[in-house]
Design a protein around this ligand. Structure first.
Ligand SMILES: *Cc1c(COP(=O)(O)O)cnc(C)c1O
Length: 415
């Protein structure tokens, strides 16, 4: 027995310290399909309760959509359960090609390659394309999976201050001697819900001969007039060279990701990206259901329009109720609390009011920037939104934070 008591105590001590700070992440079990209303076992072992879900990435409400579920069944019947292979050996079916072609068309890109997840797409793309003569210049708040992917690549890594175009220009000037430059950003930043200024970024990339990679995981399907994403929102579809995105959020919510973009870049990923070469192929039911998702949202903007309405209605309601939300236009609505324990405590009280939300704190967000991140969905109805706002008002009142701004909340609770 090599796992000695002494070794065990090292880890128990760490867990106890997390609990003592009031930062322990408790288990919550959902015993129903993912939807606006869910059935949850929490705390563990207690009887089930029905609550409203306000923290899923189910932006378009497609996670349990009957047409999507049906397409998954059809994929299962027609192409089986799993591929038992990575893509390049014997894991590529005609439906993988069909989904790739549909994604290329939807995003306005030349070619697309599927990965088991967007985390894998981000892990693979940099190393496959860039080397030590190149440079990556990334926004300082990019998603963790991009950071991990960049770490696996031998290109020089530099950053610019969050959405600061002056700083990006400076960095682009600095790196004119490199073979190629790749600017990297999230389209929509997942914690703050802000949009990267892609119009300005495309202009800078043109001026300084740089490629632009945008992670659209929190944008694909609902940002922009027809839901193409942040590049559509800013009118620069042709200016973005590479998009990585997930099928695990707005686009159905199961799993899978892709690299979409210039055909040479996608080809190099097909030849060299390690998650494509060494991780199993996306399962047929998911592929078939994702095709259905792209068909649904290509044919109608009804869902993204409803999400936009819900977002606007909810943001106004929260502001009126006196909650300190980050302003913006995306369905990611951070309720800023700054103090980690306050975020955790308020989330627990929200649950007692029938609203499932979670407190976010370091390392998921920067230290001192704790919050409850609310995410809206096209699956929410007006009465759901009203109930959520009222619960925030009630819990906010209990903690005495209604109408308070940043400095006042920090003064009261610390951060
Ligand atoms: C969720 C997310 C990912 C990871 O997507 P998966 O398909 O779940 O691996 C990557 N990038 C961003 C910006 C994300 O929000």
């Amino acid at each position: 027995m090599a796992y000695s008591e002494k070794t065990r105590n090292v880890f128990t001590g760490e867990i106890v310290a997390i609990k003592d700070k009031g930062l322990f992440k408790e288990k919550r079990f959902i015993c129903s399909p993912q939807d606006a209303e869910i059935t949850v076992e929490y705390p563990e072992g207690s009887s089930l309760s029905k609550v409203l879900n306000f923290c899923a990435n189910n932006y378009l409400g497609l996670s349990s959509h009957p047409d999507v579920v049906k397409a998954a069944h059809e994929g299962l019947d027609a192409r089986g359960y799993g591929m038992s292979s990575v893509r390049f050996i014997c894991g590529t079916q005609d439906i993988h090609r069909e989904l790739q072609d549909k994604v290329s068309k939807f995003l306005g890109m030349e070619d697309t390659l599927l990965f088991p997840s967007c985390m894998d797409a981000n892990s693979g793309v940099f190393e496959a394309v860039l080397g030590q003569d190149d440079v990556i210049i990334a926004d300082r708040l990019i998603h963790a999976s991009l950071v991990d992917g960049i770490r696996l690549c031998s290109a020089e890594y530099d950053t610019f201050k969050h959405m600061n175009m002056k700083h990006l220009r400076k960095k682009l000037e600095l790196h004119q001697d490199k073979r190629t430059r790749m600017v990297v950003t999230d389209g929509v930043f997942s914690m703050d819900g802000d949009l990267a200024p892609l119009d300005e970024m495309v202009a800078l990339c043109n001026e300084y001969d740089a490629m632009l990679l945008v992670d659209e995981s929190h944008a694909s399907g609902f940002i922009g007039k027809t839901g193409r994403g942040t590049h559509e929102h800013f009118g620069v579809i042709d200016g973005v060279d590479i998009i990585t995105t997930t099928f695990g959020k707005g686009l159905g919510g199961a799993s899978g990701g892709c690299v979409s973009g210039r055909k040479e870049i996608v080809e190099l990923c097909r030849q060299k990206a390690r998650p494509y070469l060494f991780s199993n192929s996306l399962a047929p039911p998911i592929v078939n259901a994702s095709i259905k998702v792209i068909d649904l949202i290509s044919g109608s903007t009804e869902r993204r329009d409803k999400l936009e309405w819900n977002t606007d209605y909810f943001r106004k309601g929260m502001e009126k109720a006196g909650l300190n939300i980050r302003s913006g236009e995306t369905p990611i609505v951070p309720v800023m609390l700054y103090n980690a324990k306050l975020a955790n405590d308020m989330a627990r009280d929200m649950y007692a009011e029938g609203i499932y939300v979670i407190g976010f704190f370091f390392p998921v967000v920067p230290a001192g920037a704790a919050r409850i991140r609310v995410q809206l969905s096209a699956a929410h109805e007006k009465e759901h939104l009203d109930k959520c706002v009222e619960a925030f008002r009630k819990v906010g009142e209990k903690y005495g934070i209604l109408g308070l701004g940043k400095s006042e909340i920090i003064e009261k609770y610390g951060n």
